[in-house]
Design a binder for this molecule. Structure first.
Ligand code: BGC
Length: 949
């Protein structure tokens, strides 16, 4: 597998690719030179360094419209117990000023504080289109200052609606009579809309403008109804795909901001252009058919060019632009792209192109949608995958196996004559005869078609579609394709990877890989359920059961900042949160709507982000009010009909699930109310939680601990959500174990029960069973899917079984992350990395070895820096090496008979620098450590652990 950044469009774009990288390097070097990263010898002796500066979760974000953006950094040090005791932030309007240590926008002075995250900007009011350069200096535990950090920046976007002068423009491609009729029928009849697609060619839009002076900086703000791909002087701008992203277009659309200074050509003609495509706005969405939000593709673009002499020019979309259709004949996220390269308009976005044949654009002044800065993380091509096998199951039908199920598309390499038509179809699985299995894609056509222009090698990738697949079928290929013909391009929201996990058991490693691939494939603008069939929706239940796992794998801060807006935008009048966000169809359900509470709570817990709680607080209150109002005596009637979705023959009563989740939402509300300083409300929600728990126990639990429904999930909710009085817990735990035993230690839980399963077994003292389930290979289990060749997490335990083959194709995805929610336990318990309170300021290091696993190596790059844990058995001893970031502390639990059996760096642990013995607790010596790296050995720990299993 080859990691590389990619741009589409063959040779020209590949050159641009190189250019982009070089340009990035030049910018980096210039920043260093301009911005005064001048390492001095004094710095070498400094004990502490501020690093990895972020603004609103992102590194050097452009075009932010948050009024008071929040700044974060990590503190690095090689020393134990090193702390930050103060900081000073400087924010300047130019790198030169910052270089002179002048914070003309904000100079905090020395602030006594150990805070390093989410520090809200408090300087001069920010105006539109400003660049702010910033750096930070920190003081260590001995009040010694660090060197200044490297310089970071952010820029503001168009902060007021009036800042937009650009018009919405588009090109309504002329229609045939047939197309007109079909569109009318689509508009009149939803059924027709779903089954009769009308694809229209992509509009290409362009304008030229003259630059006669030296340019200091040019920044473009751009959005579309539909998708856009932006070009400037023959080059693609940036490397984002599927811009402007998917939002609830009934309310808002986002714009992106790009610094295009280096793409301009002072002293002559310049050309800016864009290609539009249907995307989520006008293309197929779920199974709802096309044109869900609207049918007219529109572009809005505003480029601000500042000259060296201080004057400014604005190039904006307006009625002077010209338009044409071109090579992209069809473009649909689900159905695929059709590209006729004979219709390519070579050089269409460059100088000296004759656009006489092009038509005037239309301008549209009826569009009232809110336009805001994109707060998320864009989709990128992140990896290339080479095929591992090529077969020909039928004459001239070639099938490539890429060895991995993923989301993205394929790059085609072909030689032939003009008019040859190569068709690519995509699938997750094969039929027994080796042909591709596409029935489970339902209505998604998932077909890309390339028509050759002839005359040499042609390299093509689609731009406006993605597929979920492992196999590519190639037909119509002129001659015999080879292993170079197809390359898989992995595409998804390009979130920073923060987790790593490896252990001695290859099955568990494969499970971890499958979880990460499930996330990679489905964190695509929104957390989707699946990337392949005609669904691909932001299912809220799936999102909430997986969110904590997701946060261990990738930095999901910005991604959820965006998606929680989608979720709130979809909140219904009655206060209920939707089952999918952005909301495409109606309804809520227990465990789905609760995502509106669980996800903000999780983001707060992981990133210490209180602003996200404040922002969504009222919406969350409305949700809990909704639950409260429909409840009867604190007991909830069924809410929705999905229950413990996709359980195996173990239906849990709907009213039990609804009541349990009602309690869960109330208890998380209490937590969040406290976090934002609303103590009175916290008490109210605590009381609500207690009342619901009592109602739950009275109604659903017998005196001997039998929970209504008597399913694994019923016990998991009762125990996992703390709904039972203490005295009832042991009996309920025994019954949970009975339910597992009677199924021969196999799983039966659905989406809602599963993420509680291993953590609850651990909590009730049966971690041995957690390990047993984790490493089981019998159906139903993760191991079973892996033995059937799974490279991602499947939608169902029985998506495919040896006995029955494929499950019902009406709903059977092989890339659905919900059952991957066990990843949370792998990090928190197997590796033993967790937060104590919000935001990893206090860390818990508590690996709980078990099963046949003899070593684990895991890392988690928290918002405050890197945490590492490595444990292994050596003879009868347990070795635990751990590192925690500067300015944090951790409570470390080390299995031991008594504290005297534990050493650190070969000496008695309790006396080691940075280590303090706290207590013995449940067979573990508990220490507090300050920052740094530690190596603990617990003598004879293996035998103690063995006794537990
Ligand atoms: C989706 C699930 C979702 C479920 C709810 C399915 O079609 O794929 O992920 O949670 O519907 O019923």
């Amino acid at each position: 597998m080859l990691e590389s950044m990619m741009l589409k469009g063959g040779i020209i774009m590949n050159i641009w690719n190189v250019f982009t990288v070089v340009r990035g390097a030049i910018i980096a070097i210039t920043l260093v030179v301009l911005m005064g990263h001048n390492p001095t010898s004094a710095q070498e002796t400094r004990k502490i360094t501020p690093n990895y500066l972020r603004c609103e979760y992102r590194v050097n974000p452009l075009g932010i419209d948050v009024a008071l953006p929040r700044l974060s950094w990590v503190v690095e040090s090689n020393e134990r117990s090193q702390k930050q005791t103060a900081y000073r932030i400087l924010v300047a309007g130019s790198p030169e000023k910052l270089n002179q240590n002048t914070g003309d926008l904000w100079d905090t002075g020395k602030v006594k504080s150990d805070e390093t995250i989410h520090i809200a900007y408090g300087g001069k009011p920010l105006k539109s289109r400003m660049f702010a350069y910033w750096k930070v200096q920190v003081w260590d535990g001995q009040d010694m200052p660090s060197a200044w950090s490297e310089t970071a920046l952010w820029s503001t976007g168009l902060l007021k609606a009036e800042d937009w002068m650009a018009e919405w423009i588009g090109y309504d491609v002329p229609l045939s009579n047939r197309q007109k009729l079909d569109l009318q029928l689509q508009a009149a009849n939803v059924h027709y809309k779903r089954f009769k697609c009308v694809y229209l060619p992509s509009p290409y839009l362009r304008t030229d403008f003259h630059l006669d002076k030296a340019v200091r900086r040019a920044v473009v703000y751009v959005t579309a109804l539909g998708l856009y791909e932006l070009h400037l002087n023959g080059r693609r701008v940036g490397n984002d795909y599927f811009t402007p992203g998917w939002s609830d277009y009934r309310k808002r659309v986002y714009y992106q901001t790009y610094d295009v200074t280096d793409l301009l050509r002072p002293g002559g003609e310049n050309v800016v252009g864009a290609i539009l495509s249907d995307g989520w706005y006008a293309g197929n969405i779920s199974n709802q058919g096309q044109r869900h939000y609207g049918d007219k593709l529109r572009l809005r673009l505003q480029m601000h060019i500042e000259y060296e002499d201080g004057s400014e020019q604005v190039v904006a979309s307006d009625g002077n632009w010209r338009a044409s259709d071109g090579a992209i004949r069809e473009g649909d996220i689900q159905d695929g792209e059709t590209y006729d390269s004979r219709r390519e308009m070579v050089g269409w976005s460059g100088q000296n192109f004759d656009d006489n044949g092009w038509k005037p654009v239309v301008t549209d002044d009826n569009i009232k949608i809110m336009v805001q800065a994109y707060p998320g993380i864009p989709v990128h091509g992140t990896m290339e995958i080479k095929p591992i096998a090529l077969t020909e199951p039928k004459p001239s039908v070639f099938v490539y196996n890429l060895g991995q199920n993923f989301s993205g598309w394929a790059r085609l390499r072909v030689r032939g004559k003009a008019g040859d038509k190569v068709v690519l179809r995509f699938a997750e699985m094969l039929n027994p005869d080796g042909t591709i299995y596409t029935t489970n894609l339902r209505g998604a056509r998932a077909t890309d078609t390339y028509i050759l222009k002839g005359g040499g090698e042609e390299v093509w990738e689609p731009r406006f579609t993605f597929h979920g697949f492992q196999y590519v079928e190639v037909t119509g290929y002129p001659g015999k394709p080879d292993m170079e013909t197809i390359t898989g391009i992995v595409a998804h929201s390009d979130l920073p990877v923060v987790g790593s996990f490896e252990c001695s058991n290859p099955l568990v490693n494969k499970l971890y890989s499958n979880i990460v691939w499930g996330q990679r494939s489905n964190y695509f603008e929104v957390p989707t359920d699946c990337p392949q069939r005609d669904e691909r929706l932001g299912w809220t239940g799936d999102a909430q059961v997986f969110v904590r796992t997701a946060s261990y794998n990738m930095d999901i801060g910005a991604f959820f900042t965006k998606w929680l807006v989608d979720l709130e935008d979809g909140q219904f009048e009655d206060g209920s949160f939707p089952s999918v966000a952005p909301t495409v169809h109606g309804g809520t359900a227990a465990g789905w709507g609760d995502a509106g509470v669980v996800c903000p709570w999780t983001i707060h817990r992981v990133y210490g982000d209180t602003r996200i709680l404040e922002k969504h607080y009222d919406a969350m209150v409305r949700w809990v009010d909704f639950l409260d109002q429909r409840s009867k005596g604190h007991f909830s009637p069924p809410l929705g009909s999905w229950g413990d979705w996709l359980h195996i023959d173990a239906p849990t009563p709907l009213e039990l699930i609804a009541t349990a989740y009602f309690a869960r939402s109330a208890s998380l509300m209490a937590d969040m109310a406290r976090a934002v300083g609303r103590d009175g409300e916290a008490e109210k929600y605590e009381k609500m939680f207690n009342d619901i728990s009592s109602a739950f126990t009275n109604r659903f639990v017998t005196s001997d601990g039998k929970v209504y429904g008597d399913t694994q999930t019923a016990y998991l909710m009762a125990l996992g959500f703390n709904l039972l009085p203490d005295k009832m817990r042991p009996r309920a735990a025994e019954r949970l174990v009975d339910r597992l035993r009677e199924r021969d230690w196999r799983l039966s839980t659905g989406f809602l029960g599963l993420n509680l399963l291993l953590p609850t077994l651990t909590k009730v003292g049966r971690i041995d069973l957690a390990y047993r389930l984790l490493t089981n290979r019998e159906f139903p289990s993760w191991g079973y899917t892996i033995d059937q060749g799974a490279t991602t997490i499947w939608e169902r335990w029985n998506s495919f079984t040896k006995e029955n083959g494929f499950n019902d194709p009406g709903m059977n995805s092989f890339n659905h992350y919900a059952f991957g929610s066990v990843g949370e336990w792998m990090f928190s318990t197997l590796a033993g990395i967790d937060t104590d309170g919000a935001g990893f300021k206090r860390i818990i290091i508590r690996p709980q070895p078990g099963g046949d696993i003899t070593w684990v190596r895991a890392g988690y790059n928290s918002i405050r820096g890197n945490i590492a844990v490595e444990w292994k058995f050596e003879g009868d001893d347990l070795i635990l090496n751990t590192t925690i970031p500067a300015n944090t502390t951790a409570t470390v639990y080390i299995p031991a008979k008594n504290e005297g059996d534990v050493t650190e760096s070969k000496g008695p642990a309790g006396q080691s620098p940075g280590v303090r013995l706290l207590r013995m607790e449940s067979g573990a010596a508990v220490f507090e450590i300050g920052s740094g790296s530690y190596s603990f050995v617990s003598k004879g720990a293996k035998s103690i652990l063995m006794q537990k299993h």
